[in-house]
Design a protein around this ligand. Structure first.
Ligand SMILES: [Zn+2]
Length: 66
């Protein structure tokens, strides 16, 4: 049986439950702050694929519009 509070994501290296952390991401000359899941032990940040693709595309569009 699995516990009902099963965390959605775990660090594959440490097998630790990830914590939500506010992380500033720099991309080219821009930076933005997002809430991401981070491993409290090794500090590895996990970026969901949809966020990575969506945000990067968004930023790229903003830069192109300048
Ligand atoms: Zn870890």
């Amino acid at each position: 049986m699995t516990t009902p509070e099963e965390p959605r994501v775990r660090c594959t290296q440490c097998d630790r439950k990830l914590e939500t952390a506010s992380v500033t991401i720099g991309y080219m000359e821009s930076s933005f702050q997002v809430d991401l899941l981070r491993c409290p032990k090794c500090g590895q940040v996990f970026i969901p694929e949809d966020l990575a693709l969506g945000k990067m595309a968004e930023v790229e569009k903003q830069l192109e519009d300048k």
